[in-house]
Design a protein around this ligand. Structure first.
Ligand SMILES: CC(C)(COP(=O)(O)OP(=O)(O)OC[C@H]1O[C@@H](n2cnc3c(N)ncnc32)[C@H](O)[C@@H]1OP(=O)(O)O)[C@@H](O)C(=O)NCCC(=O)NCCS
Length: 195
């Protein structure tokens, strides 16, 4: 039950982060659901996970609700995030578009993903990617397999990552390699939420 409540607390942190990325304008709060459509993905994922983390038999009781909201979101946005994925507070999805985050994926705080990102198993090895804090994934990045991606990492657009990634670096390409001399500490640099 404690974990379910935590999931809702994380939603508050997600929404705060999304709201903070918006230029303020008069009565902006009235237009909140239209500012970042991806907020609906956050709501689905956090509420779905809260229901999934309920103790049995409550979890089973709410299974149809989880299933229906998941499929509706998939239809509306193309987003498919497993409620078994464990993502920390401050989860930000930039732009709508197909996004797949499979079960078993874990990420720390301030996880930032763009459209087209796919995270999951590689279909060969068992296990899913684990991410540290402050990781940003560029458009259409694919991270697959039982690998660890450190904290403060930027993954370039269209990268395919299948091997371990150390902390504080930028990776890009197919297969992804570390770009020399670059810091992955993006939050306070040019790679901002408003890109
Ligand atoms: C990876 C990234 C963060 C690197 O930015 P950067 O540090 O400014 O890097 P540079 O542009 O100086 O490029 C460095 C080298 O990496 C290559 N490179 C950069 N991004 C690349 C990418 N996504 N895939 C393959 N190679 C890439 C460049 O061609 C360059 O190669 P060279 O040294 O042989 O000339 C950035 O290019 C990127 O992909 N950002 C994702 C942003 C995104 O998804 N935007 C979508 C908005 S909707």
């Amino acid at each position: 039950m404690r974990e379910s409540i935590e999931s809702i607390r994380y939603l508050k942190a997600d929404l705060k982060r999304v709201w903070g990325a918006q230029e303020p304008f008069p009565f902006a709060f009235l237009f909140a659901p239209f500012i970042w459509l991806t907020v609906w993905s956050n709501i689905y994922y956090r509420v779905g996970r809260a229901l999934y983390l309920l103790p049995p038999p409550l979890r089973q009781l709410f299974s149809p609700v989880r299933l229906i909201q998941k499929r509706l979101l998939q239809l509306a946005t193309g987003t498919d995030i497993s409620e078994r994925a464990d993502i920390g507070p401050g989860f930000f999805i930039a732009h709508n578009g197909t996004l797949v985050i499979g079960q078993g994926v874990r990420a720390g705080k301030n996880f930032f993903v763009r459209q087209g990102v796919t995270l999951g198993g590689d279909g060969v090895r068992s296990g899913h990617p684990q991410f540290g804090d402050n990781v940003m994934l560029g458009a259409n990045a694919v991270v697959i397999g039982p690998i660890t991606v450190g904290s403060d990492v930027i993954v370039g657009a269209n990268a395919v990552v299948t091997r371990e990634v150390p902390s504080d670096c930028v990776v890009a390409g197919v297969p992804a390699t570390v770009l020399p001399g670059r810091s992955g500490k993006w939050a306070d640099k040019k790679h901002t939420l408003k890109d």
